[in-house]
Write a protein that binds this ligand. Structure first.
Ligand code: NDP
Length: 275
């Protein structure tokens, strides 16, 4: 069975649009992009479009590659103090001379709609989240939409980044799954993944997860995005698994949810800022 992301994303975006109409004002989203990374440019373009569709006023602040950490922090502080900005994101990855951890710590946690500030991540781990990073939040939306209840299930997360793997594991633990996290030092990956009733893969390696590494009937959520011979593919061998597991496609799976959940976070920031 194929777990399509489109109907889930459409449902969320419709809810966000209705929420914005109810607010009575247009929430402001500031998107900071540094340098000329082509994928970042595309992602930001999609975010600007979806925001406009939902009635959110998104503005891109595009800075040159050579921007210093101090200059970037200065802009972030300015946006922190701008009442028209309800949510702010700094598009990652940053150029190598900038320390992402330090930059993200400059964002006011009340405007941290990417959920990557240590305060937001800490609150998530404590089981009392503020803003949940959009990609793992999107995975939970997919599970919920397709009535895959994580409670009591064995879940395996492959990948341990702050953006996807770690918050994903926290969300699953908070939803009463028994969670295992795998990464590049994990020995015998297949023996771990085969135990999963829910398998989330966020690595960035095409066909890392093969048919014999997945349990029959498992829910497989493929977060990976890889470009192979000009085509987008995930981390899971989709063709080999589409009849054996319930699986998200790439493209058309989690990717659609990431932007929708970001917009959901912007609405939440505006609602809470109003109170
Ligand atoms: P990172 O590169 O930050 O993290 C990758 C993780 O994979 C690391 O924890 C790494 O382990 C682990 N890893 C690497 N090789 C292996 C291996 N052979 N076996 C097991 N684990 C391995 O990536 P992100 O988390 O940011 O993104 C992961 C993927 O998801 C990428 O393809 C990215 O493009 C995609 N993505 C998709 C989004 C969407 O909207 N669909 C949004 C965000 C990301 P270690 O920690 O040991 O190095």
């Amino acid at each position: 069975m194929i777990l399509e992301g489109k109907p889930v994303a459409e449902k969320i975006l419709k809810e966000v649009k209705a929420g914005v109409e109810k607010l009575g004002f247009s929430p402001g989203l500031a998107i900071v992009r540094i340098g000329e990374d082509p994928a970042s440019k595309t992602y930001v373009g999609t975010k600007l479009k979806r925001a406009a569709d939902a009635g959110i006023t998104a503005r891109e602040h595009h800075l040159k590659e050579s921007t210093t950490g101090d200059e970037l922090i200065e802009l972030i502080h300015k946006l922190n103090n701008d009442p028209a900005v309800h949510g702010m994101i700094v598009q990652l990855p940053l150029p190598p001379h900038l320390d992402a951890n330090k930059i993200l710590e400059g964002i006011d946690p009340e405007k941290d709609v990417d959920g990557l500030h240590p305060y937001s991540l800490g609150r998530l781990v404590a089981g009392n989240p503020t803003f949940v990073p959009a990609t793992p939040q999107g995975v939970m939306e997919i599970l919920n939409y397709y009535e895959i209840d994580p409670s009591g299930k064995d879940a395996v997360v492959v990948g341990r980044s702050n953006m996807v793997g770690k918050p994903m594991a926290a969300l699953l633990v908070n939803s009463n799954s028994t969670v295992e996290i795998c990464h590049s030092r994990t020995q015998g990956l297949g023996a771990h993944t085969k135990r999963a009733e829910i398998l989330i893969v966020a690595v960035g390696k095409p066909k890392l997860i093969k048919e014999d590494m997945v349990r029959e009937g498992a829910a497989v959520i493929d977060v990976g995005i890889n470009r192979v011979e000009g085509k987008l593919v995930g981390d899971v061998d989709f063709e080999a698994l589409k009849d054996k597991a319930r699986i998200t496609p790439v493209p058309g799976g989690v990717g659609k949810l990431t932007v929708a959940c970001l917009m959901k976070n912007v609405l939440k920031a505006a609602e809470e800022g109003k109170m």
